[in-house]
Design a protein around this ligand. Sequence first.
Ligand SMILES: Nc1ncnc2c1ncn2[C@@H]1O[C@H](COP(=O)(O)OP(=O)(O)OP(=O)(O)O)[C@@H](O)[C@H]1O
Length: 605
Amino acid sequence: MSERYTMETVSHKNAFRRLLGYMKPHKKALAGAFTMLIIATAADVLGPILAKVFIDSFLMPRRFDPLPLTILIVSFILIYVVSAFMHYFQLISFQKIALKIIQQLRVDVFGKVQHLGLTFFDQTPGGSLVSRITNDTEAIKDLYVSVLSTFVQSITLLIGIFIGMFSLDVKLTLICLVIFPIIFILMQVYRHFSSKVYMMTRQKLSQLNAKLNESLQGMNMIQAMRQEMRLKKEFGAINGQHFGAMMKSIRLNSLMLRPAVYTLYLLVLIITLSFFGIQSFGTIIEVGVLYAFVNYLDQFFEPINSMMMQLSRFQQALVSAERVFGLLDDHRMAPVKAGEETPSINEGMVEFENVSFSYDGKTDILKNISFTAKPGETVALVGHTGSGKSSIINLLMRFYPINRGKITIDGAPLQSFYDDELRRKVGLVLQDSFLFVGDIKSNIRLSCDHISDEEVVEAAEFVQADTFIEKLPGKYDEPIGERGATLSSGQRQLLSFARTMALNPKILVLDEATASVDTETEEAIQEALKKMRKGRTTIAIAHRLSTIQDADQILVLHKGEIVERGTHQELLGLKGLYHKMYMLQKGDDLNKNLRCLATRSGESS
Ligand SMILES: Nc1ncnc2c1ncn2[C@@H]1O[C@H](COP(=O)(O)OP(=O)(O)OP(=O)(O)O)[C@@H](O)[C@H]1O
């Protein structure tokens, strides 16, 4: 499986610049953390110098004057105490800043996702989004927590070490400088390969999450259709690919990090010892200087190693940042208000004028759709599956931008309405009524604080949802699990009706439920729908023609076009597609009733 969707791409440089931008609000705290880091590092560098003074001025000449020795020992202890404290506090400061930045980044990403259009979600697997919001931001956290601080610490330490080395022996230090270009090349090579490998591991992790998400979402179907083995195999395959990518990364790190740097260290150590060895033929060398130099070399390769190791994290953070900023820059936004006017919906007149639409910009799914729903009228959309009924609703709800033609409400273009006005005055009831984790009350009110408890109850009573709510142990406070899994589909439908009615919309958009519910609930649903439609302009998708016989206008769709229109009687008279569909459904209903009667008589005999 490949990531078939494409998102905006952000260059490494751009991503890095934007990551630094997130640090701006924390300038002061960062300055404090860096100061502590530099003090701690300076203390680390001073250590060997004091050791050298002890060896050359006290140990070798065997002179232990109490006062200077005490001062030296106290300084030594003091330096290490300061270093320990500073290391502790700088670490906490960096972590805190990093967590705050990541918190902000996640809020930004989540906020962005909420405003992306449905086109984006049609093309992006949910699991991959989760991966961006959690795993990728976590990888970016490392940049702030360890990468930046390690780089500053290492560079400060390197400068300090060089000053120390220069103070000991200028010639030898200059020779040692030769290794810098080698280190630089090593870093570049590592960066080049690790970037590729890391991008691959990230993609595989993303696909792993997408697969997991898909499996969890469709668990009932998977179990019902016995798909467990297939999904296990598919998951196993992606997991295997992820393992392979991770192993590549581990192999690269094992080769390029410690061993390569250690080889360099040995090389420089050999040069240094040879240098002192050759020098010892001519002059007496100071043991303290030799000790301090070797100590510095030891210390010198530690920051190099740390930087090399952080380089992989840096690379990971950059790749993750590219993915996160790619998401933040995605332009597939949900359509929003355009223009200066601020119309409101008072009458509820809906008009489609020559509307054509395509999801992919290639194939027209809707072709020249024109109709008018006068205030209070019911317009029903019927047609075979895939004929374009839901697409009409998608456009009316402004889920997708209109390609061609015009949709108006009360004479004003759909694009000119504020989201709030549209969502309050146009009530949508979908087949699959999505319920949120919370309780019955919060699912009806949907955080519209102006809806009082009484209005919540009224709405429930209006659609007759109160009958089942009153039977629940917690009544209106009864908790609801994810997606309302603890309720039946009929109960979920009634709750979503109540939710819509609580807002008292002017226009109703209904996608009639096809799920089978018991006769009692079915009656309650149909009764509720009838009441809801009264006095409201209604655009309804009808799968069962029996439920919309009283509609003012029925539009029959076929392959994205309106092929017939009229009232139920008019359409039957046409003896066209509608007539055919009606007769077929009637036959089906008759068969069902006969089967039902036969079963009942079988039971009673
Ligand atoms: N999000 C989408 N992206 C791309 N194509 C889509 C999308 N939604 C629907 N389509 C396509 O548009 C066409 C019309 O689909 P639509 O859902 O409007 O039909 P429908 O009449 O509502 O069908 P049903 O009765 O089965 O719900 C179909 O060919 C479908 O494949």
